[in-house]
Design a protein around this ligand. Structure first.
Ligand SMILES: [Zn+2]
Length: 162
């Protein structure tokens, strides 16, 4: 006798396996084990109903949050700075300002404000990347300026005391 096996419904391109139990994720929350982005599995308990996974919140990724915020802040600054500089800077400001701002927003959105990275899909990580790169780059540019400002302030206060 022929047996007919029912196949699982065809996966939509957006679906991906749960990073914890490998079940297909229909939404961001796993119906099988309860995982959702921002959580990492920490313990597996064998119960009568089967294994139950205990999750803990992912350690907050401060740099991701900082880089995302930096991109959001620098985007409008580059736009305004470019326009007020005039000439060729106007086009550069109009092109790069909004791009960097959107990249920062995508970083914050996809990493849930720096709370999730471990279980993110390649697509979500890809969307979060430009903002991380832009924020990281701008952050690195701003650090020497900040250090210089601090040094100048220190020198001026020293001179004041002296
Ligand atoms: Zn799962």
């Amino acid at each position: 006798m022929a047996t007919t096996q029912t196949l699982p419904p065809a996966k939509s391109p957006s679906s991906r396996p749960c990073p914890n139990c490998a079940e297909t994720l229909a939404s961001s929350l796993c119906a099988s084990c309860g995982w959702e982005p921002g959580l990492v599995p920490v313990a597996l308990t064998q119960t009568a109903d089967g294994p139950v996974t205990t999750f803990a919140a992912e350690k907050r990724h401060r740099f991701m949050l900082a880089f995302g915020v930096l991109s959001c802040l620098f985007g409008p600054m580059i736009l305004i700075g470019g326009i007020s500089s005039g000439g060729g800077s106007i086009a550069a400001g109009i092109i790069f300002g909004p791009l960097i701002f959107v990249a920062g927003v995508m970083t914050l959105k996809n990493t849930r404000g720096g709370k999730a990275w471990w279980g993110l899909s390649a697509k979500e990580r890809g969307l979060a990347m430009p903002g991380l790169i832009a924020g990281g780059f701008l952050g690195l540019c701003i650090i020497p300026i900040l250090l210089l400002c601090v040094a100048m302030m220190k020198m001026s206060t020293d001179a004041w005391r002296g």
